[in-house]
Design a protein around this ligand. Structure first.
Ligand SMILES: Cc1ncc(COP(=O)(O)O)c(C=O)c1O
Length: 398
């Protein structure tokens, strides 16, 4: 009889032999343990989820529509709501340019499959959201990295140099607002410059705007998609403004790409969870979203401010950071060459506080973020933020 406890010799695809969970996924188990004050993950504040209004919308939907649980086409009424939502990002678009996805992550993955050849090239920043690297991984691209500045973001001149030098990547990945992990927003000048390059060299920009609606100034900067509708492919998400468990996001792309994207998506999940789409549309019909996002902005702005003051009070004087204008993250640069893995271990075991070490966002081989930490400010209340930062301050090298 075969010993089923013995590991079978299953041959994995070559690229998959190297695949590992991201540091962030590994931290999820630790950071969500009871008693841990977590500044680690990009979690929205659970106590602010619009539970009642959403529950009512879902109940009504299920009672009124006998097809609500059925397979179906992408929800047109949700696309219409998205068109309206995009106006707040300065974007004028049409339902036919909206493609619904399982979150912004799936949008990245589908666009990678649509645009990127095996062993092709893409441009990313040296310090980047690890999800984009996972999205392109199976296609084993050469990653053309450009420097990224903790205060001003992507070095667009470096992008220009690559393109001028003859590189023609499948796309440029950029986060214009609430950069994950740096927390910065690109200036309007940089956005214009990048868009101009995309047009001139015919290289699309994947504009990841997962945090674009969470801005803390009176006037948000318009998204890059508002500057060009042909070369900027916009990625949006309900994860941060409504709830990540709904796994619903969207892209805005030129209409002629929609049928190819539909074919790719069908092969992976047939259709985005229709119940999520329909229930989000039903919730949006109630008109509650605008007030809800306003509540989130106020709450997160207050949390950001408390975190910044606490860092100024409890961290060594020569740490560096800049004030995030949007999003959920504060990026802190520590002086010297601290051992961040060791710091994290002590932070969790002794102080019960979690953060993400900067190296989790480095493109392989680089050490640009080895002395940095990413702190999330959306997921803890004001007192916990103060307490957690004070505890972290105790273990940082002076
Ligand atoms: C920059 C960025 N893009 C995309 C995502 C994925 O978002 P979604 O939940 O919509 O898949 C995240 C999640 O944290 C993110 O930080």
């Amino acid at each position: 009889m075969q010993d089923i406890t013995k590991r079978q010799e299953i041959r994995l695809a070559r690229w998959a032999q190297e695949v590992q969970q991201s540091t962030i996924q590994q931290l999820l188990a630790v950071a969500t343990q009871p008693g841990i004050l977590s500044f680690a993950l990009g979690l929205p504040a659970a106590e602010l989820f619009p539970v009642q209004a959403y529950a009512q919308a879902v109940e009504q939907l299920l009672l009124d529509h006998n097809q609500a649980l059925q397979y179906g086409m992408p929800e047109l009424s949700l696309k219409r709501h998205i068109v309206a939502l995009m106006e707040q990002r300065g974007v004028r678009c049409h339902e036919n340019q909206v493609f619904l996805t399982m979150g912004a992550q799936q949008a990245m993955s589908l666009l990678a499959r649509l645009l990127l050849d095996l062993n092709g090239t893409v441009i990313v920043e040296e310090i980047v959201y690890s999800g984009i690297l996972q999205a392109v991984e199976a296609l084993q691209p050469a990653l053309l990295t450009v420097p990224t500045h903790p205060e001003s973001g992507m070095d667009v001149d470096a992008v220009e140099a690559l393109l001028k030098g003859g590189q023609r990547p499948a796309f440029i990945y950029a986060i214009s607002d609430g950069h994950n992990p740096l927390g910065i927003s690109m200036s309007l000048e940089k956005r214009r410059h990048l868009v101009e390059l995309a047009r001139r060299y015919h290289v699309p920009i994947l504009e990841d705007d997962a945090y674009g609606h969470l801005y803390y100034d009176d006037q948000p900067i318009p998204s890059m998609r508002s500057l060009d509708e042909e070369w900027v492919f916009y990625l949006g998400s309900f994860s941060k403004i409504l709830a990540p468990a709904l796994r619903t996001g969207w892209m805005i792309v030129p209409e002629h790409l929609i049928s190819a994207l539909s074919a790719l998506k069908e092969g992976s999940d047939i259709n985005t969870a229709n119940l999520s789409q329909r229930s989000i549309a039903a919730y949006l019909d109630t008109g509650h979203l605008a007030g809800h996002v306003q509540t989130l902005r106020q709450a997160y702005r207050a949390r950001r401010d408390v975190m910044v003051r606490a860092v100024q009070t409890y961290f060594p004087r020569d740490v560096r950071f800049s004030l995030p204008r949007s999003g959920m993250f504060l990026w802190v640069e520590l002086p010297g060459k601290p051992d961040m893995e060791e710091l994290l271990r002590i932070a969790i075991q002794r102080e019960q506080v979690a953060f993400v070490p900067g190296h989790a966002f480095e493109v392989q081989g680089s050490c640009h973020a080895a002395h940095c930490m990413r702190l999330n400010f959306s997921n803890c209340g004001l007192e916990d933020i103060e307490r957690g930062i004070a505890r972290l301050g105790q273990i940082l090298p002076a």
